[in-house]
Design a binder for this molecule. Structure first.
Ligand SMILES: Cc1cc2nc3c(=O)[nH]c(=O)nc-3n(C[C@H](O)[C@H](O)[C@H](O)COP(=O)(O)OP(=O)(O)OC[C@H]3O[C@@H](n4cnc5c(N)ncnc54)[C@H](O)[C@@H]3O)c2cc1C
Length: 382
């Protein structure tokens, strides 16, 4: 058992840490305040190869592994979660379905632009009427000659409306299975396809510098060959994508939780009360010690889930545990870090206020905490 990082992973971690501190930190608060997408940061992340981390070199990737992506996400989220979720959604929800299930032609067409970060892809599963219960999918796709005709809508879709979004992969009902259940398939819809409308961005509590939209499909026609993988495999495909994605979200939560420790230590040394730094009070020291304990254990949980996944072992339960622990840790650490900052913790100019606003979604997105508990309980045979 050895949790030490390889030289390559350590080098990646330190270069992303430097990038987060020197490039992201100085400008992200302004993007957050103005709800603007940080195109220049994304461009530089593309140049660093971050969008290609877990993909093969033949498709423009870096030939790394999923754990490398997780390390990069942790380091970005330690400074800012909008940038981290942009990378997470682009890689694990956007490009990964094409890499895992796409035809050679789909991979050749889309992956080079996605792995370089020149373009982003989105994944549209959630709809206005359902999230946790994918059986509620109401968007329909009907084969009409050599085209799919899509009607319906998707809600809360990350990276779906930027100037560089190339496509969204949508899940849709394409028929009925022999047992009467819905046949679900996934279909690639390129941006700009007639009948595909990106609605205005949401006004969000957090992740304010990331891109999230509702999408409408109104007799939207795409070629039959835009079907991703086999017809009727949509359910199995997104379960696989979400299982992996939970490890990535866990890494993002650990980064936010660790950022709370960093900011709290800094502030506890600077801020004085009753004639001494607040860091001299045991009440503050214990809060920070607990925050570090939680971040450390959540990190071990995602390392374990990633190691199992890379070894080809079953990792569903471990990914759910890591995501659940990490998101609750992020919320707990953000609450305590804000408390340590007193009134300044409630001011948006302090990173901990951003961390506080960004933490809550981690208990909701890519499967709520209740859903993670259901997955763990089911895996235990309950
Ligand atoms: C900023 C943001 C970005 C997002 N990005 C994407 C994206 O890129 N692609 C995408 O497809 N989706 C995306 N989502 C959607 C997200 O994954 C869903 O919001 C999430 O899965 C929860 O679904 P819901 O909102 O419909 O809640 P619901 O499923 O309606 O749940 C409501 C509440 O009921 C609980 N609940 C539901 N069923 C059960 C049950 N059986 N037992 C106990 N409790 C239950 C839930 O845990 C929750 O507390 C995003 C959401 C946000 C806010």
């Amino acid at each position: 058992m050895d949790f030490r990082l390889t030289e390559e992973h350590e080098a990646l971690r330190s270069s992303v840490r430097e990038f987060a501190n020197e490039v992201v930190a100085p400008v992200i608060a302004e993007h957050y305040e103005n709800h603007t997408f940080p195109y220049e940061i994304v461009r530089q992340m593309g140049k660093m190869g971050l969008f290609g981390l877990p993909f093969p070199e033949e498709h423009g990737g870096m030939g790394g592994d999923y754990f490398a992506l997780c390390l990069a996400l942790e380091e970005l989220a330690r400074v800012d979660s909008s940038v981290a979720i942009t990378l997470e959604a682009a890689v694990s929800l956007g490009a990964m379905p094409i890499h895992r299930f796409g035809t050679d032609a789909q991979k050749a067409r889309w992956l080079p632009m996605l792995t370089s970060g020149e373009a982003l892809a989105a994944f549209g599963l959630t709809e206005p009427g359902f999230g946790s219960d994918a059986g509620g999918t109401a968007t329909r796709a009907v084969l009409d000659g050599d085209h799919w005709v899509i009607n319906g809508s998707k809600a809360f879709i990350t990276n779906s409306g930027t100037d560089i979004t190339a496509l969204v992969t949508v899940t849709a009902v394409t028929g009925t299975n022999p047992d009467g259940s819905k046949e679900l398939s996934t279909i690639i819809v390129p941006s700009g396809t007639p009948g595909f409308t990106v609605q205005p961005g949401y006004s969000k509590v957090g992740w304010c510098a990331s891109d999230t939209h509702e999408l409408s499909f109104d007799d939207c026609r795409v070629p039959a060959e835009n079907l991703l993988g086999e017809r009727g495999r949509g359910f199995a495909q997104f379960l696989r994508i979400l299982d992996e994605g939970r490890i990535a979200i866990a890494a993002l939560g650990v980064g936010l939780a660790q950022g709370c420790v960093d900011e709290s230590i800094k502030y506890a040394r600077e801020r004085h009360a009753f004639g001494r730094p607040i860091g001299n009070f045991q009440a503050i020291q214990f809060k920070i010690a607990d925050m570090e304990m939680r971040a450390h254990t959540a990190r071990l949980a995602y390392y374990d889930a990633a190691a199992r996944m890379l070894a080809g072992a079953d990792f569903k339960r471990q990914a759910a545990i890591a995501k659940l622990l990490s998101s609750e840790t992020a919320v707990d650490n953000a609450r305590e870090a804000t408390q340590i900052h007193g009134g300044y913790g409630f001011m948006n100019e302090f990173p901990v206020a951003r961390f506080w606003r960004d933490s809550k979604i981690l208990e909701i997105g890519e499967g709520t905490s209740e859903v993670q508990r259901m997955i763990i309980a089911r895996d235990l045979g309950l």
